[in-house]
Design a protein around this ligand. Sequence first.
Ligand SMILES: CC(C)(COP(=O)(O)OP(=O)(O)OC[C@H]1O[C@@H](n2cnc3c(N)ncnc32)[C@H](O)[C@@H]1OP(=O)(O)O)[C@@H](O)C(=O)NCCC(=O)NCCSC(=O)/C=C/CCCCCCCCCCCCC(=O)O
Length: 719
Amino acid sequence: MAKYSRVSGSVGLITLQNPPVNALSAAVRQGIVDTVERALSDPKVKSVVICGQNGIFCGGADIKEFGSNMSGPPLVPMIHAIEAANKPVVAAIEGSALGGGLELALGCHYRIAHSKARLGLPEVTLGLLPAAGGTQRLPRLIGVPAALDLITTGRHVTAAEALQLGVVDQVTDHSTVDAAVKFAQSVAGKPLDARRISTYPCPRPSDLDALFEGVMEKVRQSARGAIAPVACVQAVRAAATQPYTQGMEREKELMATLFTSGQARALQYCFFAQRAVSRWSMPNGARWDTSKPRPVHKAAVIGLGTMGRGITVALAQTGLSVIAVETQEKQLMEAKQAVSGMLERGAKRRGVAPALDRISYSRDIQAVADVDLVIEAVFEDMGLKKKVFQQLASICRPGTFLCTNTSALDVDHLASQTHNPELVVGMHFFAPAHVMKLLEVVYGPRSSPQAVATAMQLGKKMGKISVAVGNCPGFVGNRMLKPYMEQAFFLLEEGATPELVDRALEEFGFPMGVFRMSDLSGLDVGWRVRKGDGLSEPGAPSGQPARIRQGRRYSPLGDLLCEQGRFGQKTGRGWYQYNKPGSRVARSDPWLHSFLEGYRARHGLVARRIDNQEVLERCLYALINEGFRILEDGIAAGPEDIDMIYVFGYGWPRHRGGPMFYAGMVGLGKVLERLEHYHQAHPDVPYLKPCSLLWRLVASGSPPLHKWREVIKKLHSQL
Ligand SMILES: CC(C)(COP(=O)(O)OP(=O)(O)OC[C@H]1O[C@@H](n2cnc3c(N)ncnc32)[C@H](O)[C@@H]1OP(=O)(O)O)[C@@H](O)C(=O)NCCC(=O)NCCSC(=O)/C=C/CCCCCCCCCCCCC(=O)O
């Protein structure tokens, strides 16, 4: 809807009304068309102001409408009518002017923004382009390079930057509507020809071809297969090389391709899933809206290795007081220096003062006695973590939340070391912890809803996408990684190379294939876990075949590399070779290839040709199958939780929506059929056996993802 009133005698004020973000739904568009017509036909009205209610101008087109038959007046002619008006129209921008919201403002003759407002064309992040004239007006207004930057990245700019770029005409610290009304009065009756952006010539940089080639190359590299950024460049190129009307035709044509694409569906799904995961629930019925978090003012971090340092930075940047504890003097000194460096670099980037004085360092764990919440981040060893939890239980004042940053260990077992297991949750950060967006909040059977709510809220404050998950080995993310990596190892045994597997996964859209990732994070990490699980030597019972452990197929390839000291980048050798330890540029290693040949020969394995499709199906479907098991077990409340964990923590390409969304796109029947096929070929690999939830979903006609929870509920009620 849009409300109309006449203010200050001669200004028609149009207020967009569609909470919470005044998205341009059919009703809002109709409201704008009607009220603009009314203002223009009222002889008492000399100028017009458009604003949004509740301190937000407009969050853009209504994304929820994209999946349905769109009705109501289209945006493009609506904005043209505003631009063509014979009375000045001023946009009063508070809060946000995004996507169609900014395009609406660009159709106005003047734009006045509040100093706290943010503006942008984020359509590319939804798999689209600014198809209400944004790709044609913005370059005409601010030049091609700046427009390309905003449109291809979708980044939001502050009012100050918008003013500098020329997107807005004025910035105010006071009431934006009052300023806009005053301004509208001052320009009433003035000529408007020079204010219609569509009539501007597009500034043509002299090196146009080189500029577009360079941008296209950069965009293709960072897009990892996403098509919208490429289409955005093509649309802006049309603005730079063609008259406005033809540019608009090109914009429409490109949008038509994007609008119905699977990538747009995936990215729009991610937009809503990202918000849905904050509405968490636990199997006992506890929920986000009935559980009250407790405020956290002072927190402590125990253990200042890589993870502890990142967590300390993330907490301090949130404005909390942090006590950082490390018992080893040398480690403590190194950590202090590293943390200060990270804070200083971060503060410089954001143009603020570094939060150095928020942190106090100590070698004595007693220093944490009066904090509200502790995050333990010591070495991943159950014995050591148990000891720390016992100490914390006796040191901390009653009511302190005790959290562990374990990436796979039993949170409930740690809780049992304390007097108040209900105050214990996992807070599983991802490295580097001050940068990575994902936080798994792990509840055990005894964790209280308040502890979960508090950890979730703290995560949000740190700018994380926090996902609440149940307690099981590896939780959600690392549990699903196991079958994925296992398949990659098996593929090497059967004839693939690390390069072949990685290429297939990188072409799919992962920033790094499984072996390059393993080299980066260190092969010894998995080795230690396998040793702990009794899989790797010396735990394996003698006399059993090397490639069978605990009754199932096992590949000792990773263990064999570790035995040679090949831990990945840090040792300069792993699945690839590096110029020197710590170097990041992976090169093929002939040694590894002949090692694989020798290994196959020793075990009587004959290498066969493996193609990209098999790599993707085996690795991804095994991972997805485990995702279904996780849903079946109630470890994740819904597919969105799994998808956001993979998108924000494991590099799953966002334009493919996450593993569970991807399974729906491929077709659950097809995923089931391929898993069955591979399980028949490899009956000693339980991860390839399709799980019962997948069977159940296919039997119920492969319902869309938002209906899976009903099937899961039914399954649980029958158990
Ligand atoms: C910054 C925000 C605006 C606010 O952030 P915050 O305060 O933190 O609040 P949130 O939690 O994010 O949001 C609150 C709730 O609001 C929901 N929301 C937000 N924005 C929208 C929206 N735009 N539409 C619908 N709903 C929205 C959000 O989901 C929350 O609800 P819930 O918790 O999920 O229940 C922030 O919200 C934000 O960044 N929003 C998104 C901004 C954005 O991306 N805007 C761009 C939208 S796309 C657009 O504008 C496109 C314009 C041009 C398109 C022209 C369309 C023409 C179609 C032509 C088709 C031609 C093809 C023909 C094909 C054929 O031939 O058939």
